[in-house]
Design a protein around this ligand. Structure first.
Ligand SMILES: [Mg+2]
Length: 170
């Protein structure tokens, strides 16, 4: 299997991100996908929980950016009050969106974690750019057929990862 498809780590939801673990990995920057990572597709604005969590990341000293494939309008409205760098229409798995965010944040990929819900866009993009790739469980089940199709393959990879971490006793 192509190694770019394999996330470095998996968590059940964004708020389970282990900041201490990231620090130990010398990570100072956290990039985030929006749709199905922080909120469901139909949620136009961040929930209070998302806002508080992002504020807590910044309070803990992390640089935070949003890298989304969504439209300018969707991304701008979502990020309006978050006070973070954001990139819309990032065209993940292409690398330019993440690279643009890293330039704006003055960050290095090896010191950056990327959090997303899709293997074929988020994880491939994070891995190709050399970020620490973290897969979260998708929030909404309300997805297009194309996404549902991709999920079948993603399930296989998730299963493999789970077996791997079980065998390592993590
Ligand atoms: Mg997503």
């Amino acid at each position: 299997m192509n190694k770019n498809l394999i996330p470095d780590h998996m968590i059940p939801s964004f708020d389970r991100l282990d900041l201490e673990d990231l620090r130990q990995r010398n990570i100072d920057t956290i990039l985030l996908d929006i749709d199905n990572t922080l909120v469901g597709y139909k949620c136009i604005e961040p929930t209070p929980m998302v806002e508080e969590w992002i504020a807590s990341l910044r309070n803990e000293g992390f640089k935070v950016g949003i890298v989304s494939n969504a439209t300018r309008k969707r991304t701008e409205i979502f990020c309006k009050n978050l006070g973070v760098v954001y990139i819309h229409r990032a065209a993940k798995p292409l690398r330019f969106g993440i690279r643009k965010a890293l330039i704006q944040l003055d960050s290095r990929p090896e010191h950056t974690a990327f959090l997303g819900d899709q293997i074929f866009t988020d994880m491939v993009c994070a891995n190709k750019t050399g970020c620490y790739s973290i897969l979260v469980k998708q929030i909404s089940k309300d997805e297009s057929l194309y996404c549902k199709f991709k999920r079948i393959f993603e399930q296989k990879i998730r299963k493999k990862m789970e077996e791997k971490s079980a065998s390592e006793g993590v």
